[in-house]
Design a protein around this ligand. Structure first.
Ligand code: HEM
Length: 383
């Protein structure tokens, strides 16, 4: 996988791919420059008429959220909910994350084996996002069932009409649910949660509620599968590098650096997509208005010009910035939360599961162009 990137990058760090009909950026310098270039747009559906009809209801909602907007709408939309992701707000979730991880691990201990993906990496991020949104326990399965077809439709442009229709309907149902949740007086919003924040804005300003809710829905999509993949990929990397795992057990102070290195080493999001707003120069090449540029963060993360010995997992690597959370104005809003969840999971796995090792079938990777993550990761340990 990463050998292929290396081959591409050693030929050219930015090239036109005829099959993809897109520019492909693989070098660290060009990916970071492009991610912050105002000439490259993040608008995903410039013309809604080009979207298959059954997908339009979903596309209309998505086009109102921050990730698919440029300035001046982008900073305005980001400001609506960014307070809930400030370091102080994220730290209030620490206790909930520790509790949720402990509960899962305690449940798995007697058996001496678990599937890290199904038992831990998949349920945890959803639990935490639901905490952030104040979603009551009994409503969480519904949220999970809506978010799956939506994520599938976003990640795959060739779904059949029925699946697209299901994704659109799921988004409609999710927004209707959020609307109802905001109006419920029987569950008082906890401080710092998005429900408190959004509820206050909806009451005190003439802020468009649909726009607020579209950005809440984005969190389920942007923060769910990504964090799941991070937990799976990071656990696998530690299992394949027992020395690194031992180093982390004996030096817990290395955890923040380890989280960054694990994100660099096997990024959950491999690609970011942009489109040229006008003709522009990027690393000496002319990009023509309307052309697509794929920013391959996963390849930039292994660029030897920035990360010497890029295929080595090294928690003491001097600090260059990886591209796994993106770069520039769209830098991941949930980065602090994802880092915290990752650190708590890894610390718990390393300290509470002695003899942790791979078990059973080889780890299975999901088939996807832009996401990199496991569908299954069986481990065993001493009960
Ligand atoms: C944006 C990765 C977790 C919310 C992004 C981007 C990347 C990314 C690469 C930039 C996309 C682009 O520029 O096109 C990840 C990874 C995660 C993670 C690898 C886990 C390890 C989360 C979580 C949340 C979240 C937990 C929230 C609950 C967002 C939002 C944006 C974003 C709202 C859009 C920001 C904007 O457009 O200004 N993420 N993310 N992410 N992420 Fe994350």
């Amino acid at each position: 996988f990463y050998d292929f990137y290396e081959e591409l990058r050693s030929n050219d760090d930015l090239f036109w791919d005829r099959t993809l009909r897109a520019w492909v950026a693989t070098g660290h310098a060009v990916v970071s420059k492009a991610a912050g270039d105002p000439g490259l747009s993040s608008v995903r559906y410039p013309d809604i008429e080009d979207v298959p009809e059954e997908l339009r209801p979903l596309a209309r909602v998505l086009s109102r959220q921050m990730l698919y907007n440029d300035a001046p709408d982008h900073p305005r939309l980001r400001a609506l909910i960014s307070k809930a992701f400030a370091p102080r707000a994220v730290q209030t979730l620490r206790g909930r994350i520790v509790e949720a991880v402990d509960r899962i691990i305690t449940g798995a201990v007697p058996a001496g084996r678990m599937d890290i993906v199904a038992d831990l990496a998949r349920p945890l991020p959803l639990t935490i996002i639901c905490d952030l949104l104040d979603v009551p326990e009994e409503d969480r399965p519904a949220l999970a069932s809506w978010s799956e077809p939506i994520a599938e439709a976003i990640g795959n442009s060739r779904l059949d009409a029925d699946r697209n229709r299901e994704a659109s309907q799921s988004m409609t149902d999710m927004l209707a649910y959020f609307r109802e949740l905001l109006s419920r007086r029987d569950i008082p919003p906890s401080p710092y949660t998005l429900r408190a924040l959004v509820g206050a804005q909806a009451e005190n300003t003439d802020q468009d509620l649909d726009e607020l809710l579209a950005n809440c829905a984005l969190l389920l999509i942007a923060g769910h599968e990504t964090t799941t993949h991070f937990i799976g990929n990071a656990t696998l990397a530690l299992l394949r590098h027992p020395h690194a795992a031992d180093q982390l057990r004996s030096r817990p102070d290395l955890m923040p650096a380890a989280v960054e290195e694990l994100l660099r080493y096997d990024a959950p999001v491999q690609l970011m997509l942009r489109r040229a707003r006008r003709d522009l120069d990027l690393a000496g090449r002319t990009i023509t208005e309307g052309q697509t540029v794929l920013l391959v963060g996963g390849a930039a993360n292994r660029d030897p010009a920035v990360f010497p010995d890029p295929h080595v997992l090294d928690f003491e690597r001097p600090g260059a910035r990886h591209m796994s959370f993106g770069h520039g104005p769209h830098f991941c809003l949930g980065a602090a939360l994802a880092r915290l969840e990752g650190a708590i999971v890894l610390e718990t796995l390393l300290t509470r599961l002695p003899g942790l090792r791979l078990d059973g079938a080889a780890p299975q990777w999901q088939r996807s162009l832009n996401f990199r993550g496991l569908t299954r990761l069986d481990v065993a340990f001493t009960p």
